[in-house]
Design a protein around this ligand. Sequence first.
Ligand SMILES: [Zn+2]
Length: 263
Amino acid sequence: MSENYDQSHLDRKYFVNREKYNCPFCNRKSIVYGVSERFSFDWSNDRTVYGYRVHCGGDTCQKTSLHLSNYAIEVYSNKFWSVPGKDDNGKKITISMNDIDLDTLFFYHQPTTFFTLDNRINEKIRTLVAESEGCAKMNYLVGASGCLRKAIYELLEIEQVSKTDKDEKEVDYGNRVKVLKSKYPTVPPEYFDALANIQGMTSEQLHEGDWKPWTQDEFRFLVETAKEVLTEIYVRPQEKVGVLQKILALKPQKDNSKVPKSE
Ligand SMILES: [Zn+2]
């Protein structure tokens, strides 16, 4: 039911559907885009990559972004139209863009998916998370891990989770996350537990090489967890207020008379 009210998850995508995208330049949501060019190049001896130049359809914007994909997406009438695929029996088929989440087809965007995190989240954290995802997409996991670590430490700073306790004793990373967890009882505790258990977070001042970077799978899990925590803390409560206000606005005016007191 609530999905009918709240469509804000669409604001966190790059491509909303076959017709529309969220422009990273003018920040207009769900605006018409156009594919101005498709090209391909050899990423390596055995890998071909497809590039797409996409422009904003906003009358005052018209800026162009770059998107890289492993897929030769068919462009028709300046829109991403379909993509060649295979069915369960290995037979070649054409998959319509209406049946696929376009964002899953790309591994790199410039500008990055900065806005895929709601702008109610602190900008410094958003930038770090976007950078970490950018690094991961380029398979640079040392950079990805480093940026995500910084983002989590930044979150602890912003939330004023102290590095020392009452007796001026140092509080370690895991316990700082526990403090944050107790501050937000409405956020599922599993998310905080996952963050608290991240390997290699013992010291904020670790240098590259002092710790093992995460694998792609570990990184994906941790970055999605961190994003969910950020969304739960800074976005969902506000969305709920928004829905409440919308509903209250629907309340018939006549109902504003005093509620009769029960005897
Ligand atoms: Zn635009």
